[in-house]
Write a protein that binds this ligand. Structure first.
Ligand code: SAH
Ligand code: TMP
Ligand code: ZN
Length: 404
């Protein structure tokens, strides 16, 4: 049993993925013996609708000076955040000297677009290595975890914000009440909060269970967030579906009564009726179990045929797939990844070697297992030669299949 982090009601897990290592815990052989594991179990709170982990490792174990995720590794995400920044600049910064805060600003992928034209800005980023990259590029950044206390400190030193932005970070923070209280204090009365995270409905519809890992303590929906913001006299005034991270939702939030509420919000609340029923999560568990059986069967068949399989993209998401399905280095000999900090290390739990992308190019495998499926379009365009050379892709979202 767990206690809901939003409404304090008790809730039971609907799926147990078993013992899991940290999704971004890429490690060296010397570190194998001391590797950390926790129980990855997920539940649905019938009272407020929030889907959440029962247990989450301590945030300082996940976000630190060796954090392995650098936002700028994807050109698609770079364009996405440029467009996000443009949208904020043209629609939401109406005061003469606006101030923008971003929570979880990572390597500065979004705030750089405010910094370069001299807009007052501040990033809050606890992982020191990625925060330093942003600082080196002229993005003002505090290296700390956002919460109510830090929000008070920011207001004292900088004044209140016109806009608070956050991408793929709100769903990482277990102490959501402290975060929303902090946002409420930091935001001007007519200020705006815009954030986006993987969307629960996409995870359910695509059986993209790999969005579930230690960092993602919540899987948000419009309904569950409405419950949360209501407590603080705030309301979701708009929602905009995004294609990023396999299906995300962007939420625009304001203090109650300040802005009109878009029809899209009501439409989504209606569409989410099934997300408020427990049977949806029972079905989801069955789909996950089927996906696991079919993926292992496909990989075993390829190996029995004497063919080589290399993983493509040592993503955080892949940690759940690899460890839940029991994928070993005998099935997938290595994983190709462009991130220097991951190369030469081993994947969490299963200890599959992570190799530089250049090795993939120099020695194509017969099959590439697409762990970075959310970047499929960018990768398909880049790997035209692999396909021409007879290479095949194994994909598992939304269903397991092999593509020539
Ligand atoms: N916004 C970026 C990074 C997402 S990864 C993008 O969308 O690509 C999540 C980031 O949030 C990490 O860099 C992590 O260090 C940071 N983070 C985790 N907990 C946080 C907290 N409490 N406050 C601010 N940032 C946090
Ligand atoms: P993400 O799915 O969390 O965005 O992580 C993507 C990971 O995949 C990151 O480690 C970089 C890697 N990657 C590649 O190796 N090649 C690519 O072409 C892309 C887009 C990502
Ligand atoms: Zn609840």
């Amino acid at each position: 049993m767990g206690q809901c982090r939003i409404c304090r009601a008790d809730f039971a897990p609907f799926i147990d993925f078993g013992k899991m290592p940290l999704a971004n815990g890429f490690l060296t052989a010397e570190q194998f013996a001391a590797e950390y594991f926790y129980d990855l179990r997920v539940g649905f709170c019938e009272h407020c609708g929030m889907v959440q982990l029962i247990e989450q490792p301590d945030p300082t174990q996940m976000f630190h000076q060796n954090y392995a995720f650098f936002s700028k590794t994807s050109t698609k995400m770079a364009t996405h955040f440029q467009e996000f920044a443009e949208d904020v600049k043209s629609h939401h910064l109406i005061s003469t000297d606006p101030f923008v805060v971003e929570i979880g600003s990572n390597d500065g992928i979004m705030l750089q677009h405010f910094a370069k034209i001299g807009i007052k800005h501040l990033g809050v980023e606890p992982s020191a290595n990625v925060a330093q990259m942003a600082i080196n590029q002229g993005v003002r950044t505090i290296c700390n975890f956002f919460d109510e206390n830090l929000a008070c400190q920011i207001v004292e030193e900088n004044g209140q914000a016109d806009a608070i932005l956050a991408a793929n970070v709100m769903c990482h923070i277990p102490s959501m009440h402290s975060v929303v209280k902090g946002i409420k204090k930091l935001l001007k009365n007519d200020g705006i909060l815009i954030f986006e995270d993987p969307y629960l409905n996409d995870v359910i519809e695509k059986t993209s269970y790999d969005q579930i890992y230690d960092e993602h303590v919540f899987l948000f929906s419009v309904s569950s967030l409405t419950y949360l913001f209501n407590i603080y006299d705030m309301e979701i005034i708009d929602v905009n579906p995004q294609e990023t991270h396999g299906g995300s939702m962007r939420y625009t939030v304001a203090n109650r009564g300040v802005c009109n509420i878009s029809k899209r919000v009501y439409d989504h609340l209606k569409k989410e009726a099934k997300l408020r029923r427990s049977e949806t999560y029972e079905n989801f568990r069955e789909h996950c179990e089927r996906s696991k059986r079919e993926l292992i069967k496909a990989l075993l068949q390829i190996r029995e045929d004497g063919k080589r399989i290399v993983g493509y993209g040592a993503t955080s998401k892949s940690t759940t797939v690899i460890n839940y399905c029991g994928i070993t280095p005998e099935l997938v000999e290595s994983i190709s990844d462009t991130t220097p900090i991951k190369q030469g290390k081993y994947t969490p739990g299963a200890h599959i070697p992570v190799r530089p992308y250049e090795e993939f190019l120099a020695n194509y495998p017969d099959y590439a297992l697409l762990f970075a499926w959310n970047h499929a379009e960018e990768i398909a365009a880049k790997e035209e030669k692999f396909r021409e050379a007879g290479g095949k892709w194994v994909v598992y979202i939304p269903t397991v299949r092999v593509m020539a």
